[in-house]
Write a protein that binds this ligand. Structure first.
Ligand code: ADP
Ligand code: MG
Length: 385
């Protein structure tokens, strides 16, 4: 049954009515440029066909009633107390509601049903899909006139305030601004962006889910961010014009960070070099030079693994193994790290063979199922009706 139909049926069962609005916000992939967004660098994501769907309608009172189809769970609070539930999914929705309520008096009671098909915690940003679907649909219902950028920023702020992940803007931006068949080259400092048609002549994208999510992910994420900020602070002591790693050169790192703290140095150098790789990858994509693109992906992976230290055994194994397959041009871990999936650039029609070769190897080594995820590049947040 389609997810839209599930929303309608569930809405009828739980709330005895039809939703006034159904909206979808997608998950995302990212070709290259990891951990660069919160350092004001570049990213190269795209929205995918899989997403989070929200059905919503206004109530006469100030109650907020939420129902998650995937968790088969209902949660009730009200607009004045906005008490979060024990399940994380309520924090995302109520976190968005709280931010909007501080900006406007227009938020009243509502009924909401949520469902999605973005695999959770696999590097496809299901949480951004959820927050962007929430703010988009609340914005429509209560006539808030939110811009696309408002929606992305509210999503990001929700992760910071309601969930405690100090993420950058990439995931939410990609979810909202995504465009069919296009990558988004986003400059996270200026928020200028460019759509790059994805052609990959003769190649296709294959995602392989490790099926692991290590629990240290969000604390390690915040720790990496702190290291980057510490490096910026050291450079800023001498070069006051510097506000983020985007403004820092490798020479400045050598001069001011390396002698003081090797850890900060290594993390900051990764970010600067990852931005350089992204710019080269963008040129390679435009020239349809898949060999060069692939090499940059491998380089990015091993830098994420050995220098930025956000990979894990399972991800490393997958990337290491496919690097011996001639039909794979390049691969790397995707997303924040410590689990989730790899993105692979595979010769057209060869994905099935790659999956067959890897599945047993992976199971024998980790006793885990390797789950391929099929995605196509699609439009960003939109109303279904
Ligand atoms: P990801 O990398 O997928 O964003 P996160 O850990 O950041 O992983 O976010 C996953 C969380 O987002 C889930 O634990 C859940 O709280 C919420 N979430 C995502 N999709 C859904 C959904 N379809 N229904 C309810 N909650 C969801
Ligand atoms: Mg997330």
């Amino acid at each position: 049954m389609s997810l839209v139909k599930q929303i309608k049926d569930t809405f009828l069962q739980v709330f005895n009515s039809d939703p006034q609005i159904i909206a979808k916000s997608p998950g995302r992939i990212n070709v290259i440029g990891e951990h660069t967004d919160y350092n004001n660098g570049f990213v190269l994501p795209a929205a995918i066909d899989k997403g989070v769907y929200i059905g919503l309608s206004a109530r006469e009172d100030d109650q907020i009633e939420l129902f998650s189809i995937d968790y088969n769970e209902k949660y009730t609070t009200d607009t004045t107390s906005l008490i979060f539930g024990k399940e994380l999914w309520t924090n995302y929705i109520l976190g968005v509601t709280r931010i909007l309520s501080k900006q406007t008096d227009a938020i009243k009671g509502y009924n909401l049903v949520v469902v999605g098909d973005v695999p959770l915690g696999s590097g496809l940003s299901s949480s951004a899909a959820l927050t962007c679907a929430t703010s988009f649909s609340l914005g429509k219902l209560f006539n808030l006139n939110l811009s696309k950028l408002d929606i992305a920023k509210i999503g990001q702020q929700t992760e910071h305030e309601a969930v405690g992940v100090r993420c950058g803007i990439m995931d939410q931006f990609a979810s909202v601004f995504g465009q069919d068949n296009s990558l988004i080259k986003l400059d996270c400092r200026s928020l200028e962006y460019e759509y790059i048609p994805i052609q990959l002549e003769g190649y296709e994208i294959l995602l392989l889910n490790t099926n692991v999510k290590h629990s240290l992910a969000s604390s390690a994420y915040n720790k990496r961010r702190e290291s980057c900020e510490a490096a910026v602070a050291l450079v800023k002591e001498k070069y006051d014009e510097v506000d983020s790693l985007r403004d820092v050169t490798l020479a400045q790192l050598d001069e001011l960070v390396k002698p003081v703290n090797e850890e900060y140095y290594q993390k900051a150098r990764f970010v600067i070099q990852e931005n350089e790789r992204l710019l080269k990858a963008t040129e390679a994509l435009k020239a349809n030079n898949i060999t060069t693109l692939g090499k940059l992906l491998y380089q990015a992976h091993w830098a994420l693994s050995k220098e930025y230290e956000v990979s894990c055994e399972e991800l490393d194994f997958l990337v290491d193994t496919v690097s011996t397959y001639p039909e794979v041009a390049g691969a790397r871990m995707m997303g924040g790290g410590f689990g989730g999936c790899t993105i692979n650039i595979v010769q057209k029609g060869k994905s099935k063979a790659v999956i067959e070769k890897l599945t047993d190897l992976y199971f024998n080594k980790f006793s885990l199922n390797l789950i391929p995820i099929e995605v196509s590049i699609s439009n960003g947040t939109h109303e279904i009706y």
